[in-house]
Ligand binder design. Structure first.
Ligand SMILES: NC(=O)NC1=NC(=O)NC1=O
Length: 173
């Protein structure tokens, strides 16, 4: 899809296509639409990211809270968004054994209890062995730093989803 096609979209089509670039946050696409025309993918992506960066802390934390856990209940129940299911399965998280799943659930619960939002990581840039290791490492970070780290992961996920939608190779993040 080229940027001219994006710029020609009406509101409904734009939100249909880009509404889940940031997981379960169609509001962001709904807001970014009014910034058209976009000069290219980078410009479109910048508007998504600028919207996130301009939110108050409660809004940025809210974006994180819209993310399903990695290898969590939603993956088991098949209620993930298509994008999340592809990303989590691609990282091998759908084929964890019971012990691995339990360990991740425990770490996710500790993380959420400490920070008040779920652990978010760009699964396509990770793999099943690295997830618990990265979660355990980040669990020890100061909250302000961890909020920044988690949002950087949201942007990596958003970048990869936008690159898929526009058919452009993703940057090496
Ligand atoms: N909590 C998460 O990190 N969730 C996710 N990361 C991804 O890359 N896809 C997800 O659903």
């Amino acid at each position: 899809m080229d940027i001219e096609k994006v710029n020609s979209m009406d509101f409904g089509e734009f939100v249909d296509v880009f509404g889940n670039v940031i997981e379960r946050c169609p509001l962001i696409a709904a807001a970014v639409w009014s910034q058209r025309p976009f000069s290219n993918l980078e410009d479109l992506e910048k508007h998504f990211f600028d919207f996130i960066d301009a939110l108050p802390q409660s809004g940025r934390e809210g974006i994180l809270r819209c993310h399903p856990d990695l290898a969590g209940r939603e993956l088991q129940q098949g209620t993930l968004s298509a994008e999340s299911r592809r990303e989590q399965s691609g990282a091998g998280l759908a084929s964890l054994d019971a012990d691995e799943r339990l360990r991740l659930a425990e770490l996710n619960a500790q993380y959420r209890a400490r920070f008040g939002f779920p652990f978010v990581l760009a699964a396509r840039r990770s793999h099943r062995a690295a997830v618990p290791r990265e979660l355990a490492r980040r669990l020890r970070c100061p909250p302000a730093q961890e909020l920044r780290t988690a949002l950087a992961e949201v942007k990596k996920i958003g970048h990869l989803r936008l690159a898929d939608l526009l058919g452009t190779p993703p940057a090496r993040l």
